[in-house]
Design a protein around this ligand. Structure first.
Ligand SMILES: [Zn+2]
Length: 419
């Protein structure tokens, strides 16, 4: 039941969402056996079996398939299956070979090539090593890119009724492709793109050629920390089950670098969107914005999964937008309960953020992070209101005192274009 006004998806990855529509979706699998069945049944389009949505933690066996199991369904083909959070994947031998990875290959900086106790590759690769495998696949040509972007936009418009979409890690070429895709939709949708800060100059240079009322540059994106599931989100306190080398997760940027990013964006006349999931990352971004005091507005923190009590009022004070995806709570409940059991009250403090002065739909905005999770806005409304999955058994609600009303939750999806 939608609210009767135009909706905005404030955090999407359009191209990947379109591309994912052509991949095997493992989200509904409940066991390694089901995963192998789904992968084995795939008629590899373009010669490779591609899948996404794997959640090994939620499978009966609570493990990835073994290298031999992967091979039994890959049957010599290139097979790559992403973990839902896009920070790890499993790859068949042919896929590893194509990426130049064998048993003697050392872990790349910021990546892990998993091996068993005998040093044999398990097929699981993480972070930068996963990207290396992914990037060694044949890159879709321009026509295929266009099809993916088109499918991604159409799914958001037609399945969920969004009239405004923000892409939060836009490829350098996305603006140009969106121009024609959006034209075909007769102006039914407005897209705002946020390329990586390192791509900003290039995008600014081409801006004239693609920008219109409907497709616009939103600002630039940086990553300040990692993710909750990989325990790389940067926290103020140790995780209960953290990584030995990084008990509080990983700061991907120094305070100085964050400040520099704020300054660069402000000089370019665009806001910054900072990916910050852990409470230490959120604080670091607020500190940087406070120190620089940008003259422009619209600076955003993406995710804000944990926010320390003392930092809550700072967003409204500094004019920073909280761009949140409550729907992740539905998937992350177990991971949160294991990782930050003593800080659960700091998870998505939506009520406090509103009480501190963030206006739903303006200072507090919702999105999904599709294709990491599905884009259905009802999921975020459910998470924001109930703080747990729907009825029935399941873990208890997370920080129920931070619940907001259905009306407030929908308001966070209200589009502000054309008003
Ligand atoms: Zn994202």
């Amino acid at each position: 039941m939608s609210p009767g006004f135009a909706l905005r998806e404030a955090h999407a990855h359009i191209y990947q969402a379109g591309r994912a529509l052509n991949m095997v979706d493992l989200a509904a699998c409940e066991s390694v056996e089901e995963v192998l069945e789904a992968l084995g049944a795939c008629e590899a389009r373009s010669g490779a079996v591609l899948a996404h949505g794997a959640r090994p933690e939620s499978w009966v066996e609570q493990r990835w398939p073994s290298a031999d199991e992967i091979e039994s369904v890959a049957r010599g083909r290139v097979l790559v299956a992403w973990c839902f959070d896009y920070h790890a994947l499993i790859a068949s031998r042919a896929a590893l070979r194509a990426a130049g990875i064998d048993e003697r290959t050392p872990d790349p900086p910021g990546g892990i090539i998993e091996r068993d106790d005998q040093g044999r590759l398990t097929g699981v690769v993480c972070e930068s090593a996963a990207l290396r495998v992914w990037e060694s696949l044949p890159e879709p040509d321009a026509a295929e890119r266009q099809r993916c972007v088109q499918a991604g936009v159409r799914a958001l418009v037609e399945n969920h009724g969004f009239v405004e979409i923000h892409d939060l890690k836009a490829q350098r070429w996305l603006g140009g492709v969106l121009r024609s895709v959006v034209n075909e939709l007769d102006g039914a949708v407005h897209v705002r793109i946020w390329p990586l800060l390192e791509d900003l100059d290039e995008v600014l240079e081409t801006r004239r050629t693609w920008e219109s009322e409907h497709v616009r540059l939103g600002g630039a994106k940086i990553f300040v920390d990692g993710t909750l599931n990989s325990r790389t989100a940067w926290m103020l306190y140790d995780y209960a089950d953290g990584r030995e080398d990084h008990p509080r997760g990983i700061a991907m940027m120094t305070p100085r670098e964050i400040e520099e990013a704020v300054r660069r964006c402000d000089a370019a006349g665009v806001p910054l969107a900072a990916h910050a999931i852990g409470d230490a990352a959120v604080r670091a971004v607020l500190d940087a914005i406070e120190r620089v005091g940008p003259s422009g507005s619209g600076f955003r923190i993406e995710h804000c999964e944990l926010v320390d009590e003392t930092d809550v009022p700072r967003l409204a004070e500094l004019g920073v937008i909280a761009s949140v995806q409550p729907c992740h709570l539905l998937y992350d409940m177990e991971a949160l309960a294991r990782g930050v059991p003593d800080r659960l009250d700091r998870v998505l403090p939506l009520r406090e953020l509103i009480e501190s002065g963030l206006k739903p739909g303006e200072g507090l905005i919702f999105g999904s992070d599709v294709p990491i999770v599905r884009a259905d806005p009802e999921d975020s409304v459910l998470a924001a209101v109930e703080r747990r999955r729907g009825d029935g058994p399941g873990p208890p609600p997370i920080a129920p005192s931070q619940a907001i009303s259905r009306e407030q939750a929908w308001e966070c999806f209200r589009s502000t274009v054309g008003v």
